[in-house]
Ligand binder design. Structure first.
Ligand code: IVH
Length: 711
């Protein structure tokens, strides 16, 4: 048998490793229940051998360490976590402990939202700080990111000083969209909505969080006794102040009713538009909460009931391989269909060779499957004890399943890749990518048409698309005349795209949508970009050496040069066109202080104008609210920098100047705005220019959006 001290060390190392994966990398490799099991084993060993307890044991801490890069903030009232329950018996034990201590109680049951805990502090009714939990004592200041979340009020309905806590989460549809976009960009996928939410809030650039569709449900009012006698009363008050609270909470007097409520959500929860992993049960009376108090780690008056991740056993029938546009060969498990979290599943990604080997997954194996975060099917493990001898270990092929070329695996990569530029799979996937919405946005040119066009040899590469005629298209299976006409028109329309769409569509390695936009904006034309050296490219913020080298290498290939020359000859625009502004002014937006979050962020880009670069050309037809207004930007803006803000104002017909005078029409005051703001207010209030408008960043952004600016 292992020495307890050796096992304690092993457990601590394991827990530290998994904590890092969970909290810092947002890439957990075990389930919460498995993590809990490790922790429980450690607690049991430390209880049996108290001499082994050390101050740095994970049993002595609540969560993970704060991430680097954010200012640390201390929680005046620590952010604790909860003890867990996994069965009705655990719940009855919890109830018995409570009754023994304080007698009869009423419980509040709340869905346990699967996201990350955040604290929101308001002074005089204004949001002043948003923070993560961190290790419970010290978290990270993520105010800038929190401010972008649409259902977090920036201003409460009363001028109170209050701190609330809640769960920041990513709704399931937003999560799906995000992963689809990441897949299209060749970026790694988030395992579940919780990691996606955590990953988004830990971005130092708040524009990332702003576009991720995050939301918060508030579930705790700090020092609630200042406002109410019960937890449910405090939450109701929080809702009146303007916070979003989850509407499914109920109160019960009897534990049996609590258990029934928990069970009733066991299945239904899958139909909710956000991920839940359990139910939190709290004693409602704040006086009784106080009497019950806390253990070192968690309150005695609450517990988290965790639903078992729904798992199913099935048989692995096959492993299919697909070749992506980057040549990466991805294995997919194909198994007998099973019901999981509300849907039938029969396939799950196996990611790469190592995943299959590490989990010892063999063809014909009985496997356990589940849905990560209730959404993405995954193979949890194989069951070697079920083997009958017919199972076959999987050997990853050495050759591309599509073209037979030898596969290559670079030392630092997990994927095997086909590097044959003539590989039909690569060509097909690249074309699908070229036509996709975020790239050249050729409406109607989906997977099936691309496959058929290639099969019929009507096209061989992206440039051939522009020579397609209606007569050729109608020869395809199930392509009617109308569709053919529309497709020819959609292909022609894509010639007018701004440069970034082409750059992204080319599928240059490491060039995602964001890099494509930065490059297009910075260099203005394809020619200029093609002439840039790696060093020049690296002078652009956000373009690192790897990305720069990849771009230079791409443009150096004769194949790329020929393709681009033919695209140009076909009339494809190769200049950057700033987004056009749409529609007319809406001063009403000014009133909506938090419209930053209400305005849609995923609206379609407006088709660009004729191929001319530069913001000056980008003006919409009608006058905008900013037309001919003299604006001053002051203070720190968080969602964009002052330079970008200035570009937008100019694009909308306004003028930006550096100093405030009676001639100033608008002052946009960011954080920590100083003397210019004071001066503007005094000019306005003294009547020198009573029409001078002072707005904060949210109002400014709301106004930009109301003017049709895509941010
Ligand atoms: S109450 C001291 N209520 O689950 C009370 N937590 O381990 C702390 N969570 O860290 C939390 N939904 O991130 C509470 N309705 C809810 C919740 C909830 C989700 C999360 C929260 C917390 C963890 C519990």
């Amino acid at each position: 048998m292992t020495e307890p001290s050796a096992r304690v060390k092993e457990l601590r190392d394991l827990i530290a490793y998994h904590n890092r994966r969970y909290y810092e990398l947002d890439e957990p490799s075990i389930t919460d229940a498995e993590w809990d099991a490790l922790m429980r084993e450690l607690v049991a060993l430390e209880t049996a051998h108290p001499e082994l307890v050390t101050a740095d044991s994970p049993t002595q801490r609540v969560g993970g360490p704060p991430a680097e890069g954010f200012t640390k903030v201390e929680h005046e009232v620590s952010m604790l976590s909860l003890g867990n329950a996994y069965s009705a018996d655990d719940m009855r034990e919890f109830d018995a402990r409570i009754r023994e201590a304080v007698g009869a109680v009423r419980y509040v049951c709340e869905l346990k939202i699967d996201g990350l805990a955040v604290s929101l502090r308001y002074e005089g009714g204004r949001l002043v700080r948003g923070a993560t939990r961190g290790d419970g004592q010290v978290g990270e200041d993520i105010t800038m990111n929190i401010r972008t979340i649409r259902n977090v009020p920036l201003q409460l309905s009363e001028t109170v000083d209050i701190e609330v806590r809640g769960e920041a989460y990513m709704p399931k549809p937003a999560f799906r969209r995000l992963n689809e976009a990441r897949e299209a960009n060749g970026e790694s996928l988030f395992a579940n909505p919780r990691n996606a939410a955590a990953g988004s809030l830990r971005q130092l650039d708040p524009r990332v969080a702003a576009n991720r569709g995050l939301a918060v449900f508030v579930y705790t009012v700090v020092e609630a006794e200042r406002f109410a006698d019960t937890h449910s009363g405090a939450i109701a008050m929080a809702q009146r102040l303007g916070f979003a609270v989850n509407g499914e909470s109920r109160t019960f007097d009897a534990i049996d009713d609590v258990i029934e409520f928990i069970d009733s959500w066991g299945r239904k929860r899958h139909d909710l538009p956000y991920a839940t992993d359990g139910m939190v049960i709290k004693v409602d009376s704040l006086a009784l909460q106080e009497r019950l108090g806390f253990t070192a780690k968690s309150p005695r008056w609450a517990i988290a009931y965790k639903y078992q991740a729904e798992q199913a056993e099935t048989v692995l029938r096959d492993i299919e391989l697909s070749v992506g546009r980057t040549g990466a060969v991805t294995p997919t498990a194909v198994f007998n269909p099973v019901q999981l979290a509300g849907t039938t599943v029969s396939r799950a990604s196996l990611h790469n060779e190592d995943y299959i080997r590490d989990k010892d997954i063999r063809l014909g194996d009985t496997i356990v499957v589940q849905k990560a975060g209730d959404i993405i099917p995954e193979v949890v493990r194989s069951l070697p004890e079920m083997r009958t001898g017919v199972e076959v270990p999987y050997v990853f092929p050495y050759e591309c399943p599509q073209c037979g070329a030898p596969l290559v695996r670079l030392p630092e990569e997990a994927a095997w890749r086909c590097v044959n530029p003539a590989c039909p799979a690569l060509i097909r996937e690249s074309l699908i990518h070229f036509a996709s919405r975020d790239a050249m946005n050729i409406e109607g040119l989906g997977e099936q048409w691309v496959a058929q066009l290639l099969e019929h040899q009507l096209i061989h590469d992206a440039a051939d698309l522009y020579d397609l005629t209606q007569e050729e298209l109608v020869t395809l299976d199930r392509m009617g005349e109308r569709s053919a006409t529309n497709l020819v028109a959609a292909i022609a329309a894509s010639k007018q795209n701004s440069l970034e769409k082409l750059l992204f569509g080319l599928g240059i390695r490491l060039v995602g949508e964001k890099a494509a936009r930065t490059l297009a904006k910075e260099f203005g034309t394809l020619d200029a970009l093609m002439r840039a050296s790696s060093e020049e490219l690296q002078t652009v913020p956000e373009i690192g050496p790897k990305l720069a080298d990849s771009i230079v290498a791409y443009f150096a290939t004769p194949g790329a040069q020929q393709l681009l020359a033919r695209l140009v000859a076909a009339g494809v625009n190769t200049a950057f066109i700033a987004p056009r502004v749409r529609g007319r002014a809406s001063t009403a937006a000014l009133a909506a202080g938090d419209a930053l979050r209400e305005a849609g962020t995923d609206t379609e880009a407006v088709p660009a104008g004729e191929g001319t670069a530069g913001l000056a050309e980008s003006l919409g037809d009608g006058a905008s609210w900013f037309t001919d207004k003299t604006c001053v930007l002051t203070g720190t803006l968080t969602v964009m920098d002052r330079k970008q803000a200035g570009e937008w104002i100019e694009a909308l017909g306004g003028k930006v100047t550096g100093s405030v005078s009676a001639k100033t029409d608008v002052v946009i005051a960011g954080e920590k705005a100083g003397s210019k703001l004071t001066k503007a207010e005094s000019i306005r209030d003294s009547g020198q220019n009573a029409n001078l408008v002072v707005m904060n960043e949210e109002q400014f952004i709301a106004l930009l959006r109301a003017e049709g600016v895509e941010l």
